[in-house]
Design a protein around this ligand. Structure first.
Ligand SMILES: Nc1ncnc2c1ncn2[C@@H]1O[C@H](COP(=O)(O)OP(=O)(O)O)[C@@H](O)[C@H]1O
Ligand SMILES: [Mg+2]
Length: 227
């Protein structure tokens, strides 16, 4: 069983939105998916209630019980556990990072999110975990200098997952209905973005940790430039 955690110190970057739509994309690609909602706000527990079907189970688990819960899921044949973490440091964040094979760190293309990404990256690195960034809520045209600089900064800090995810109403409507964008509008661009994103995450999970780890890039400078 593979375990990915959506983490960042910043609320509103899109952790829960992306965790739910990636869960659906992975489910549609044949994975047996379980979502662990570590956020005390229980956003994805509510998403699951709106969903009304149990093909992707969602459970709120306190941090102290996370590793036991994951072992039980693996024994039950779950192939992908997706952990949605709250947007601040603390036990919940630490438990999510420790449990994950890969930490996905979403950020919007703005200075505050990029600064928060750098701090999150440091915390994840301290725990010796692999991570990749994700740029979310980009303007759909995507050629803006702000997006380009944001993408460059995140790339320099340790790798950016493809694709750049745009700001689209489909994400909000799908979430409201307890769906992923791949169900809400399967032929839409957002659905295609999430299929691509799942493919990128899957490829990244296959890389040996040493190859996936990056470099000696100077994050602070890259982030300052982007900001
Ligand atoms: N790609 C996107 N396009 C449009 N709205 C988005 C997108 N990603 C997130 N949002 C919206 O941004 C807000 C914050 O997203 P959320 O997933 O709750 O963030 P987090 O879990 O990181 O706090 C929500 O209202 C959500 O609908
Ligand atoms: Mg959330």
């Amino acid at each position: 069983m593979r375990k990915i955690a959506f983490v960042t110190q910043k609320g509103g970057a899109g952790k829960s939105t992306l965790a739910s739509s990636v869960a659906v994309a992975a489910r549609q690609a044949g994975e047996r998916v379980f979502i662990i909602d570590l956020d005390p706000l229980q956003t994805l527990v509510n998403w699951s209630r709106a969903r009304g079907v149990a093909d992707i189970a969602v459970e709120h688990v306190p941090p102290a019980k996370l590793s036991k819960a994951l072992a039980a899921l693996a024994a039950k044949g779950v192939t992908l556990a997706i952990i949605d973490a709250p947007g601040q440091e603390g036990d919940y964040f630490s438990a999510a990072v420790r449990a994950a094979d890969l930490c996905v760190i979403p950020a919007r293309p703005n200075a505050f999110d990029l600064w928060a990404s750098e701090i999150t990256r440091m915390r994840v690195k301290e725990k010796g975990k692999d991570y990749a960034f994700l740029l979310n809520q980009c303007p759909p045209a995507q050629q803006s200098a702000r997006v380009e600089l944001g993408a460059k900064a995140l790339q320099a800090m340790g790798g950016l997952l493809a694709p750049l995810v745009s700001s689209r109403v489909d994400y909000q409507e799908a979430a409201r209905l307890g769906r992923g964008v791949g169900e809400y509008n399967p032929d839409g661009v957002a659905a295609e973005e999430m299929r691509e994103l799942w493919a990128s995450i899957k490829r990244r999970l296959k890389k040996p940790a040493s190859a996936a780890k990056t470099p000696s890039a100077k994050p602070t400078k890259a982030v300052r430039n982007a900001a």
